[in-house]
Design a protein around this ligand. Structure first.
Ligand SMILES: Cc1cc2nc3c(=O)[nH]c(=O)nc-3n(C[C@H](O)[C@H](O)[C@H](O)COP(=O)(O)O)c2cc1C
Length: 221
């Protein structure tokens, strides 16, 4: 097996017909609202066997504009926006407090599809954050209870002991409050759907929010 990075990169392909069945996407038949198309594509990603389609890149920026990015889980999408949850005291939480705008990126390789969203981000109410956490797994609660996200960790033993205590409490107290755990919603002003094409005639359909609804444009790939 080649272990040279450049050799490996040279041997890899995207949208190889042997591994990927790229669907046809006709943008002229796309719905008027991006949420409807997102929901349709999400269901199709699940049906196509896309691994973990509910994970997404979340890009934020420091107060000085320096960008940052990490993966988070999608907790829902509706007329209020695309929801994710995290600690308000984490690095991303600080960035969102200082500059409440973000971008989300999904890549569903099973069908060569990418979705990008940008817009303002606002925290949901504490009651909504609590209900969202309560509806998740014991592991999710234990992770939230462990806390200190993005702080420097002294040692792995410290984490093991804090995590064990958090698991014990999560099992004993499924309603345990985690005040810093915050449900955020990104309300998109722009949503782009990208359908990869083997001939590189990729389809890019962008929705831009207007006063009364959404305007749509095609973009050069
Ligand atoms: C698949 C996956 C899912 C994740 N989901 C979340 C999540 O929903 N919320 C969260 O705070 N961190 C999640 N993380 C961890 C983040 O990527 C990140 O490490 C953490 O939130 C700290 O980011 P920050 O220092 O930029 O605040 C996830 C990581 C992976 C790989």
């Amino acid at each position: 097996m080649a272990t040279n990075l450049h050799e490996l990169l040279g041997s890899l392909r995207v949208w190889a017909p042997e591994t990927t069945r790229l669907p046809c996407f006709d943008p002229s038949s796309a719905p008027a609202e991006p949420l409807e198309l997102f929901t349709e594509w999400f269901a199709q990603a699940v049906a196509a066997g896309q691994h973990e389609p509910h994970t997404m890149s979340l890009a934020t920026a420091d107060a000085d504009g320096t960008p940052d990015v990490r993966i988070v889980m999608l907790h829902g999408a509706d007329a209020d926006g695309w929801a994710f949850a995290s600690h308000a005291g984490s690095r991303k939480g600080g960035q969102l407090a200082a500059r409440p705008y973000a971008a989300l990126g999904f890549y569903w390789s099973a069908q060569g599809r990418q979705i990008r969203l940008r817009g303002p981000v606002a925290p949901a109410s504490a009651a909504q954050a609590r209900a969202d956490l309560r509806a998740r797994s014991t592991g999710a609660l234990a992770a939230a209870l462990t806390g200190h996200q993005s702080e420097v960790l002294g040692s792995t033993e410290e984490l093991a002991s804090a995590s064990a205590a958090a698991w014990e409490r999560a099992r004993r107290e499924p309603d345990a409050p985690v005040p810093s755990w915050t449900l955020y919603r990104l309300r998109p002003v722009e949503v782009e759907f990208f359908q990869g094409d083997a001939e590189r005639r990729h389809v890019r359909l962008v929705y831009r929010r207007t006063d009364g609804g959404w305007a749509r444009d095609l973009l050069w790939p």
